[in-house]
Design a protein around this ligand. Structure first.
Ligand SMILES: Cc1ncc(COP(=O)(O)O)c(C=O)c1O
Length: 385
């Protein structure tokens, strides 16, 4: 791990770690802040857990996180991960037989299961549109528009796609869907910290994003952003002290009904969430905008070298790919075996099939340096021979 920033991370220095995308990696000072919160809780658990104290803590996180997301603090609540937040949304919607959920063929597999689960229980139908490739804003919007009908009730899109690492241009179709009364749900698992966000301007009904991936907060930190007029429809996964039946009345603990219902869900350890501001501070201290730009340059250098080995061009361009993730097509191979062999050689990168085609997904974060790419390229050249 040859970048200067690598010393701030706990990652095994024996690895060329090129898979930030799956679970992120949390810098040491952020982990220290996370542990400090846990210790504060353990010193006086009863005082710490008092609703007024917890509410203050949560309010402070949302106050600091909101500007990063282009969001009003009051529209954000903590969920433990993107899957959990999107489950809340999908399972709160009042879908009926014949209603359609419109989505793309680039979604994360776990969320495909969530929508299939909801469809099976409500009689709704999931309709999947193939995103035309190479990705372009106009053909993307056209394809989704063509998929809409009078039965479309929900539009579900990733902001950054998991299998293909595309940065999907969703603003136009989200606005159109909203104008047609279609509920818009965005899976922003990979977006915060990787792509610029203005959630208020985007205006999606529901947007869920992870802080534990590209913002580098501890694991278990994601947010659910709900547009003000859509908050009262959401059912928290746990009904507890924070719940109030009248969804338009103030919550029982000084927040809105939405905030209190999601803040108070029985005894939980909120330390990871309370360390989100430390992750933002770490990024600011190290000039992460500049770091990210350098990561993007390095990612494309590595992608070019991999393409020279595989003779296959990346699926996207710097304009259409996620800034720090690139899907690299591979020659036909056993992707499971390739992944195992790369790991055995000290290279961590996901290798998988998408639509029957083999890919590796490259992630580059501030701790990576050119040596990591060189190791990947050398091992791929050896293993794909
Ligand atoms: C697009 C997308 N959505 C959702 C998730 C799930 O994230 P989490 O495991 O934090 O719930 C992922 C994970 O990589 C993802 O890529």
């Amino acid at each position: 791990m040859p970048s200067d920033l690598a010393r701030h991370f706990l990652l095994d220095p024996g690895f060329a770690f090129l898979n930030h995308g799956s679970y992120g990696a949390c810098p040491r000072p952020v982990m220290e802040d996370y542990r400090r919160w846990q210790e504060r809780l353990e010193r006086q658990p009863v005082a710490f857990m008092e609703p007024a104290h917890l509410a203050d803590c949560f309010t402070e996180v949302a106050r600091v996180l909101g500007p990063e997301l282009g969001a009003e603090a009051d529209d954000l609540v903590w969920v433990t991960n993107a899957t959990a937040g999107l489950n809340v949304v999908a399972r709160s919607l009042d879908l009926r037989p014949g209603d359609e959920v419109l989505t793309t063929d680039h979604e994360y597999a776990a969320l495909e299961k969530t929508w299939a689960f909801v469809a099976a229980r409500t009689g709704a139908v999931v309709r999947t549109v193939a995103v035309p490739l190479p990705l372009a804003a106009e053909s993307f919007t056209d394809a989704l528009r063509a998929g809409m009908s009078g039965r479309t009730r929900v539009l579900f899109l990733s902001h950054v796609s998991s299998p293909t690492a595309l940065f999907l241009p969703l603003a136009t179709i989200v606005a159109e869907a909203r104008a047609r009364g279609i509920v818009t749900v965005v899976d922003g698992a990979h977006a915060p910290g990787q792509v610029p966000l203005d959630l208020t301007a985007l205006g999606a009904d529901y947007y869920v994003g992870n802080c534990h991936k590209w913002l580098m907060a501890p694991k278990g930190t994601a947010f659910l952003h709900a547009r003000r007029d859509r908050q009262s429809l959401l059912l928290p996964p746990v009904i507890s002290h924070g719940w109030i039946e009248d969804r338009d009345a103030p919550g029982p603990f000084g927040g809105t009904a939405f905030q209190d219902a999601f803040r108070f869900q029985g005894t939980r350890d909120p330390a990871a969430w309370l360390a989100v501001p430390a992750a933002l501070a770490f990024r600011a201290e190290h000039g992460w905008t500049t770091v990210s730009a350098a990561c993007q340059r390095l990612a494309w250098e590595i992608a070019g070298e991999v393409a020279a080995v595989t003779r296959l061009a990346p699926l996207a361009t710097p304009e259409t790919s996620a800034p720090q993730m690139i899907a690299l097509p591979l020659p036909d191979c056993d992707t499971g075996a390739l992944h195992r062999e790369l790991r055995a050689a000290g290279v961590e990168i996901p290798c998988y099939r998408w639509q029957g085609r083999p890919f590796a997904r490259l992630s580059v974060q501030g701790y990576n340096g050119p040596d990591d790419g060189a190791r990947l390229v050398a091992e791929l050249a050896r293993l794909l021979r």
